[in-house]
Ligand binder design. Structure first.
Ligand code: F6P
Length: 327
């Protein structure tokens, strides 16, 4: 029989993502709904090591459903990667009577959670929280939809000025080493091309796309450059284009951390709320050591090891469609 859980700790870790607050709210309110105490662990794993832990209730999470960032703050803890760090963290949560954990974050967060649950007898579940969408076992991670909407909105604005000056724009988008944001926002914003980390795209291909755009009298050619791509930095790419086509005026925009902020979209709020409630209910049922995602609109549980090992793949069909439409 599953060990009874009385008290749940929740933390956010790694890069923050819009919707994390909605997930925290859901864990707290669902926990209280089932008669459990819920503790917020501040600043991710580092806060667990430093005992930054406070009990939360329904009122402590009021007014956060629509807020970006994470009220629990986040960090990337080097100390938690050590056995000694994890021992300190364990001692702290035990001293508070916490007997289960919900972790909201990405790959690094799940890796920490996996080690922790292997070393200590504490049920741990993970919720996929990263704008990158690079986690397997879920169609969409918390924050991805909002980030794509932010990028789409920014590119829409860039197009206004690009069009007015007949300029070429290179826009760098986040994703560490995955092209999910670039591809989805690229399609949604009518980019001429997207330079993706998943592709060995020769520079000549990009030249061809640019020429195709020019010969079709396209007056606002926007290229999305995903960070971590294999072609080169946005500056190198823009320089190579400038050398080849000195007659074209071009500009560079790096969207950067703008993409991580803002009020979560309806989709992100719904995903986060569903996942937060699912985490509490799954802990009560005795599940542990898994990441919870949503695939084809159904909850899916993936063991941490598998979630960490198998990387989510971008849908290259979207790239084919983008290219057909970018004429
Ligand atoms: O993982 C989310 C992410 O925003 C990536 O897209 C990006 O590469 C990275 O985090 C940036 O990390 P930091 O905020 O630590 O600079």
């Amino acid at each position: 029989m599953a060990k009874e859980i009385n008290s749940i700790g929740v933390l956010s870790s790694g890069g923050d993502a819009p919707g994390m607050n909605a997930a925290i709210r859901a864990v707290v309110r669902a926990g209280n709904h089932y008669g459990k105490k819920v503790f917020g662990i501040y600043e991710g794993y580092q806060g667990m090591i430093e005992n930054q832990i406070l009990e939360l209730n329904a009122r402590s999470v009021k007014g956060i459903l629509n807020r970006g960032g994470t009220i629990l703050k986040s960090s990337r803890s080097e100390e938690f990667k050590t056995k000694e760090g994890r021992k300190k963290a364990y001692d702290n949560i035990i001293s508070r009577g916490i007997d289960a954990l919900v972790l909201i974050g990405g790959n690094g967060t799940f890796t920490g959670g996996m080690y922790f649950s292997e070393e200590y007898d504490i049920p741990v579940l993970g919720l996929p929280g990263t704008i990158d969408n690079d986690l397997s076992g879920t169609d969409f991670t918390i924050g991805f939809d909002t980030a794509c909407n932010v990028v789409t909105d920014c590119v829409d604005k860039i197009r206004d000025t690009a069009e007015s000056h007949n300029r070429l724009f290179f826009v760098e988008v986040m994703g560490r080493d995955s092209g999910f944001i670039g591809l989805r926002a690229g399609l949604a914003s009518g980019a001429l091309d997207v330079v993706l980390p998943e592709e060995e795209q020769p520079m000549e291909d990009l030249f061809q796309e640019l020429e195709r755009g020019a010969s079709n009298n396209k007056t606002n050619r926007i290229i999305l450059v995903s960070e971590g791509n294999k072609m080169g930095s946005i500056y190198e790419i823009a320089e190579a284009v400038k050398e080849r086509y000195p007659q074209w005026e071009s500009k560079i925009t790096i969207l950067g951390h703008l993409q991580r902020g803002g009020s979560p979209t309806c989709t992100d709020r719904v995903i986060s709320s569903r996942l937060g409630v699912a985490a509490v209910e799954a802990l009560i049922e005795g599940r542990h050591g898994e990441a919870i995602g949503i695939v084809n609109n159904q909850l899916k549980f993936t063991p941490f090891e598998e979630a960490i090992r198998s990387k989510a793949k971008i849908d290259m069909e979207l790239n084919r469609i983008l290219k057909i439409l970018a004429t």
